[in-house]
Design a protein around this ligand. Structure first.
Ligand SMILES: CCCC/C=C/CC(=O)SCCNC(=O)CCNC(=O)[C@H](O)C(C)(C)COP(=O)(O)OP(=O)(O)OC[C@H]1O[C@@H](n2cnc3c(N)ncnc32)[C@H](O)[C@@H]1OP(=O)(O)O
Length: 396
């Protein structure tokens, strides 16, 4: 049972309470919680809350629980909530941490929170400065490998043990990487996956990271993030190519409708199980898929969750070309290197001409899809499906 609790706590804490936190190992971090320093003002406290979101690495479960407890103590005072049930691992861990602070005064908790965040921020800085000569791009992204070579910027999803599921932090990183690629001197940008999957879509553990404002606040934040994420694809100015190395699920499929070309291994599959998850389409697929493949085929995918093989997806226009897996990488990269030598401005301008007429429409579709999803995430259908997946994974 301890293993299960640990796993659940890990899921919660990985992107938890005060996320997006980006993992840091602080084995020797000493916490100074005595509250002997000057009293922190409300501004200091708010700054510290913002700073937490900018930490480069995850400080670990124990520290996150301390941050959570201090935040609650500073804002609400001593814990007087009923103790969660023994099987409610996540809330029990949080309750225990908060309750352990006893009657610590709010001001002291506030100061300790500020001190703790400050110690985390300085550890984060000294750690990243302490690796002279290390690859800069590798350090910036926790879940991506971004390289630029031969006029091609390659953004590779890099969570292979999670089938490249997209965590909250990873959404942010993908947006940052795309924005950087849109401004660098490469001619084309490629998105691909490391390992056997292209991506298993949204990390379903994202929804276990509930902020102090509760599930409604979580749904609101997620809708804002999703809208920004998809907008980044809509506005991407250069040829954007997907190299789909293996199965793709959910949002990693829907966003393909916003790419300029999609090359797939014959091992790839395309699956959007939205109804099974109590969800509805995103990534502008409610507009792009009927347009690409016709409304009936789009219905089979987006409403009935039919999984397509790479060849089926190609026949329906979602995929540009399929290659045998054994020669996939070689054939695709040879072709991409040739394309990357074409005149940069001409390609950019052609993309603009092709896409311009659709842009406004796509932004409106994106906004509408996010607003619908904000409600779906709060539905019993969606919550049950998510809990079902997570509890199976926890082997309860
Ligand atoms: C905030 C914006 C939200 C935008 C919304 C987007 C909607 C979507 O993207 S919907 C699609 C969501 N994705 C899924 O439903 C896929 C869930 N995963 C699976 O069904 C399976 O894991 C798989 C078919 C992808 C792979 O199965 P397989 O048996 O080969 O491998 P597993 O042992 O299941 O996976 C290894 C490991 O990875 C974890 N994992 C895989 N995918 C996800 C995921 N999407 N979210 C969270 N975790 C995932 C899986 O649980 C395994 O973890 P453990 O080793 O700890 O058990």
């Amino acid at each position: 049972m301890a293993g299960v609790a640990g796993r659940l706590a890990r899921n919660w804490c990985r992107s938890a309470v005060l996320s997006p936190l980006q993992v840091f190992s602080f084995p020797s971090l000493q916490l100074h919680l005595s509250g002997t320093a000057m009293r922190a003002s409300q501004d200091d406290f708010e700054n510290a809350m913002n700073q937490v979101k900018l930490l480069k690495k995850d400080p670990g479960n124990e520290v996150k629980l301390k941050l959570y407890a201090l935040y609650k103590q500073a804002t609400e005072g001593p814990c007087n909530m009923p103790k969660p049930g023994v099987f409610d691992f996540i809330n029990k861990a949080k309750w225990d941490a908060w309750n352990a602070l006893g009657s610590l005064p709010k001001e002291t908790a506030r100061q300790n929170y500020v001190d703790l965040v400050s110690s985390l921020s300085s550890s984060s800085e000294s750690s990243s400065q302490g690796k002279p000569g290390a690859d800069r791009e590798q350090q910036e992204y926790e879940n991506l490998v971004v390289t630029s070579e031969d006029g091609i910027t390659k953004i590779m999803f890099n969570r292979p043990t999670r089938k490249n599921a997209i965590s909250t932090q990873m959404y942010q990183e993908i947006m940052l990487a795309l924005k950087a690629a849109s401004k660098d001197d490469s001619t084309i940008t490629v998105v691909t996956g490391n390992g056997d999957y292209y991506s298993s879509g949204n990390d379903l553990a994202n929804f276990t990271d509930i902020p102090p404002g509760g599930v409604e606040e979580k749904a609101k934040q997620s809708a804002i993030m999703l809208r920004d994420f998809v907008d980044t694809f809509i506005d991407f100015p250069k040829p954007l190519i997907a190299v789909v190395n293996g199965p793709a699920v959910g949002i990693s499929v829907t966003t393909l409708g916003l790419f300029d070309a999609v090359y797939a291994s014959d091992k790839a599959t395309f699956h959007t199980p939205f109804s099974h998850l109590g969800l509805s389409p995103e990534g502008c697929a409610s507009y792009t898929f009927p347009k690409i493949m016709g409304p009936a085929k789009a219905t089979e995918m987006l409403i009935f969750g039919k999984k397509l093989t790479a060849r089926e997806a190609c026949a329906q226009g979602l995929v540009t070309e399929v290659f045998p897996d054994s020669t996939f990488q070689k054939e695709v990269w040879t072709r991409l290197k040739a394309y990357s030598k074409l005149p940069q401005n001409s390609m950019r301008i052609s993309k603009q001409v092709i896409r311009k007429i659709e842009k406004e429409k796509l932004h409106a579709v994106n906004a509408e899809e996010c607003s619908v999803l904000q409600k779906r995430w709060l539905s019993d259908e969606c919550m049950n499906a998510t809990m079902n997946f997570l509890s199976k994974r926890s082997k309860l």
